[in-house]
Design a protein around this ligand. Structure first.
Ligand SMILES: Nc1ncnc2c1ncn2[C@@H]1O[C@H](COP(=O)(O)OP(=O)(O)O)[C@@H](O)[C@H]1O
Ligand SMILES: Nc1ccn([C@@H]2O[C@H](COP(=O)(O)OP(=O)(O)O)[C@@H](O)[C@H]2O)c(=O)n1
Ligand SMILES: [Mg+2]
Length: 210
């Protein structure tokens, strides 16, 4: 019933996504590194659809889903939600879109996220955009984000930084070892960061012609 995807959907090795075969870019970086901000710019210039894992989870809470309370508690503590929950939301969003290229922002956040997404969907990202920023700068940004988020308080921010270092960095290291990471200095002003992002998304042919 409703909008949730049938549980059996992710139990097999095949998902509808292995048929659609969308082009995917993972957008990673610590909390407050500017993932959402830069994704909005990329959408405007390069025609991708932006899927923020955090936004999808927050929408799931607001939809009154049976998982809502569990997700809410986990976000409030800054910990990572079980991968089957997040992957189902991502799959659904991709299948409902007519686009075939997606920015997946804030996912995969740990090895479990990464391995399950790969085995369920068969999708390997084109590349991984990694926004590198100091904790001091990220903390400043999160404390003035003003989006009313339950996790943008100093206690939860510190927990999220710890989770990033202990669980998320290994995903970036994994893709780095495969030559797929495009690292961006995200401590600069928004426009300067986007100049570096543009260089990553502009095809080599276009750069030569410019
Ligand atoms: N390069 C930047 N310099 C200063 N502030 C920024 C920059 N990029 C984003 N911000 C601000 O920092 C906060 C966090 O940005 P956001 O895009 O939500 O990051 P993330 O999705 O990585 O948590 C927002 O208030 C945003 O306006
Ligand atoms: N892949 C993901 C992404 C987010 N989340 C949860 O959602 C929270 C907020 O994620 P987010 O991507 O919106 O946060 P920011 O990095 O944008 O600040 C995380 O701290 C996790 O609790 C998750 O469990 N799994
Ligand atoms: Mg974000």
């Amino acid at each position: 019933m409703g909008t949730s995807i049938d549980a059996a959907h992710t139990e097999g090795t095949e998902s509808a996504l292995s048929v659609k075969k969308p082009k995917v870019v993972f957008v990673l970086g610590g909390p407050g590194s500017g993932k959402g901000t830069q994704c909005a710019n990329i959408v405007e210039h390069f025609g991708y659809t932006h899927l923020s894992a955090g936004d999808l989870l927050r929408a799931e809470i607001n939809s009154g889903s049976e998982n809502g309370t569990m997700i809410q508690n986990m976000i409030s503590e800054g910990v990572i939600v079980p991968p089957e929950v997040t992957i189902k939301l991502l799959e659904k969003a991709i299948m409902e879109s007519e686009n075939d290229k997606f920015l997946i922002d804030g996912f995969p956040r740990n090895e479990e996220n990464r391995a399950m997404f790969e085995s369920v969907t068969g999708i390997v990202p084109e590349f991984v955009l990694f926004f590198d920023c100091s904790e001091e700068e990220m903390e400043r940004r999160l404390l003035s984000r003003n989006q009313g988020r339950v996790d943008d308080n100093i206690d939860t921010i510190r927990k999220r930084f710890k989770v990033f270092v202990e669980s998320s960095l290994s995903v970036i290291n994994y893709y780095n070892s495969k030559g797929r990471v495009r690292k961006i200095d995200a401590a600069k002003p928004v426009a300067e960061v986007f100049e570096a992002v543009k260089a990553v998304f502009t095809p080599v042919d276009d750069k030569a012609a410019a």
